[in-house]
Ligand binder design. Sequence first.
Ligand code: PHE
Length: 461
Amino acid sequence: MPNNKFTGKILWRNRFAFYLLAVGSACGLGNIWRFPYVAGENGGGAFILLYLLLAFTVGVSILIAELMLGKKSEASLLKITHRVSTTHKKPYFWISRLTLFITLVILSYYSVISGWVLHYITQFVVGFFRGDTLHYISSLNMKVLTDNGWLQFALASVHLIVAGLIVGQRITNRFEKILTTFIIPVFVFLFAMLLVRSLSLDSTPEVLRFIFYPDFSKLNLRSLGHAIGHVFFTLSIGVGALVTFGSYFKAEDHLPKVGFRVMMVDVMISLFSVLLVFPIAFSIGEKPLTDPSLLFEALPRLFMKIQFGALFGLGFFICLWAAALNASVGLLETLASNYSERYLKSDRKNSIWLITVITLGFTIIPAFSGSALKDVKLFDQTLLENIDSFLINYLLPISGLGMAFLFFKALPLADQKDLFLDEKTESSYALINYWQAILKFAAPILIAAGIILQIIALVRG
Ligand code: PHE
């Protein structure tokens, strides 16, 4: 198998497995854990429609541009900005620095949430060995975690160390093989089964109305920014991971098609996640739908009703963790390859561990936000909520925009056309102008509007 010059990673031959991998790199906690509660927080149907519109326009356009940037340059983000700065004689380093900083903070935040998943895995195992398995599982909740910063920190450390080992030992390929041949099929099966069970609950008609009937009066000043931020987060836009990923593609791969398919699958999974979680949440009734604990509180109540529920629950959370691990490996690899390219003399393994330790340092804030730091509140929200919001709703869209900017600076028009147009895909000739217009005009305007409206909402209180 051929090797990628930039990462040394083996290129995949099997196209289907490669697609699975592309989808796997986008899908994760963002779809299954974050989307349901963000959609709940913003009132359901109208927000979901807004999210879909943005995913099909701004989201997929920048996704494609980032992949192209990676494929054409075959270099890390730092190197690309270096080249662009030299050719244009202007310093564009802030783009890659901002992006890599965001990547680091996202990885630390993501590790804390992945730690929650790990905690649930252990709880399902404990449940097995208890006489009152069902009762135990049904009473699982997040309080133990939110109250205990050390536990969250320890779980996040385990997650990060496993990710570090996978990247450091260069077994990413092997891990990805396990993911595509085993974990993803099992996950699809479990997910489908749970979805059928959840949709057979009495609350489903009410849920379908909530999701598919857009009540625009439920949108508020923050909704546009929240929708853009979530689209970027769920599609992994604006962190440089797609640049790395784009460099794995071969000359004959048509990136707009790849990007579109990845976006479609990602969006479908997000919608299925809402359909999975909301019927349970509606039938419990006592909890608001706007809380990061939504998935974790809702699912155990479904497993309780299913035969062998503890076993399925365990399987589901293991698959979810594997998906989260895959996303973290991608983030860590991006950080490590940028770092070791910048400081060529530094040993790759050392740089991975250095980055892992720095990331771990950053996890302290989200991990302790519900315990030791619980009285530190900003804008009436905990530190975890503030990090989530600042990172995803403000910084990520800015850095996504930075990528689009870099794309235009790094690739001349001839290259852009060459990568977008495809004789076998007639629609590519019709779509190229829209794509360029979205990148140049719609994306900056919408992102700026989303940020300004959120600031107005903050000031108003
Ligand atoms: N897209 C991933 C998810 O939805 C999160 C992620 C963001 C992964 C950025 C890599 C980079 O879970």
